[in-house]
Design a protein. Sequence first.
Length: 193
Amino acid sequence: MLRWSDEQLMYRKAVRRFVETVIAPQRDALEHESLPPYGVLRKFYANFGVGESAMERFEATMSGGPKPPRSASEKIIPLIEFSRYSPGLVTALGASIDLTGGAILRAGSAEQKRRWVPDLLTLDKIGAWAITEPESGSDAFGSMRATASANWSSPHFLMLSTLLCRKLADASHVDQARAAASAVRWSLPVRRW
């Protein structure tokens, strides 16, 4: 049987105390009244130094140096404790950091990683994971059939797809983008990176 170490138990106790004093009182608002989860997550990050720790690992990865040690419990314990009161926090965190940030870390250029990943890892910006095709399931990179083509005479892309989108970002952290949409056509502002 696996057991938490004394240090991990102390960490769990501190996280549980945070969850019970900060998250539990806001549970209904977070889960049923559309309170965006990012304020609570940012407070957790500030109280536990999560962003700083993530940035240390990111900088080490980008420089090719050794990564600071990290135990899986650093990630698992908060997820377990958050789930006791607000599973939506786990989903929001996973979509912003693991899906969005992870995709950039796996497939992005060094320039894209430097530009986007630090703000995602620290929750200064929120990542949104939008899958436009219901049939693609969790294989968003391999199964999607959406296409986007630039119309260089206008500041828009034309995107053709079956539409299914989820917005996971609060309005204060979303770039202002206007889209002219129909069931299968989107005209999206061109962002040149």
